[in-house]
Design a protein. Structure first.
Length: 209
C-alpha cells in the first residue's frame, strides 16, 4: 500500500526536477501577485493512533481556498493562504474520522515560465475529530508542509496541483480513552482551480483608463 510519505516524496522530487529543467528567461513573477480564490478536488491519506493505514483515493475531498501573493525585488513570490476542506473523511470501517479541516499557511514560490509557478508551503491546521460517527469527538491540530504548482490560463483563471502533509502535535479529545485512535498524519492531494486578479493586470487596466 502506498503511504503518504512516498506520495509526498515523489511529488516533491518531480517538482524539483521540473524547476531545474525549465527555462525561466521569460518568467514574470508579477503575473502571480495579488488576491486569489478557488476550489479544489482530491483525496486524503493518513493514519490513526492504532497504525491503521488508508490510501489516497479512498473518497473525493473538496476544498475552498483563498490567499494573497506579493513579489519582492528579487522576483520571489510569497504569500498567505487559508483553505477549508468541506466534507467528512473517515478511516477504517467508518469508526474514526475528521471534519472541518482548516489550513492556514505561508507560501514561497518561483516562476518556471511566464505562466507557471512552483511553490512550497508551511503552516498550521486544525480539524474536528469524529469517533464512531459522532460529531463531538474533540479536535486535533498540528503543522503542515506542502508543495504545489500553478499555471495561469485566460482571464485570470489558473489550474494547479497541491500535496500537503500534516503531522499532529496535539489532540484535545472529549473521551481520553480515544487517545490511541486520534489522527497521527494526514496528507491531501488536490487538483485546484481558481481565479487571480494579478497586480500586473490591475496596473495595466488603470494605465489604459
Amino acid at each position: 500500500m502506498i503511504n503518504q510519505e512516498q506520495i509526498f516524496g515523489v511529488v516533491a522530487a518531480g517538482a524539483a526536477l521540473t524547476a531545474m529543467t525549465t527555462d525561466t528567461a521569460n518568467a514574470d513573477p508579477m503575473a502571480f501577485a495579488g488576491p486569489y480564490v478557488g476550489i479544489g478536488f482530491g483525496a486524503m491519506a493518513g493514519a490513526v493512533g492504532d497504525d491503521y493505514d488508508y490510501a489516497v483515493g479512498d473518497q473525493l475531498l473538496g476544498s475552498l481556498f483563498g490567499g494573497y501573493n506579493w513579489v519582492n525585488s528579487n522576483g520571489l513570490i510569497y504569500g498567505a493562504e487559508v483553505a477549508i476542506f468541506t466534507n467528512d473523511t473517515y478511516v477504517g470501517t467508518d469508526e474514526y474520522g475528521i471534519e472541518g479541516l482548516v489550513d492556514v499557511r505561508g507560501r514561497v514560490g518561483m516562476t518556471l515560465t511566464d505562466t507557471s509557478m512552483l511553490y512550497g508551503a508551511a503552516g498550521v491546521w486544525q480539524a474536528d475529530y469524529l469517533f464512531e460517527g459522532e460529531n463531538d469527538g474533540g479536535t486535533a491540530q498540528g503543522f503542515s508542509l506542502g508543495v504545489g504548482y500553478e499555471t495561469i490560463m485566460n482571464n485570470g483563471m489558473f489550474i494547479g496541483a497541491d500535496v500537503t502533509m500534516r503531522s499532529t502535535t496535539s489532540a484535545d479529545l472529549n473521551d481520553p480513552g480515544d487517545d490511541d485512535k486520534s489522527p497521527e498524519t494526514l496528507t491531501t492531494a488536490s487538483l485546484r482551480f481558481g481565479f487571480r486578479r494579478s497586480e500586473e493586470r490591475r496596473v495595466g487596466k488603470e494605465c489604459r483608463s
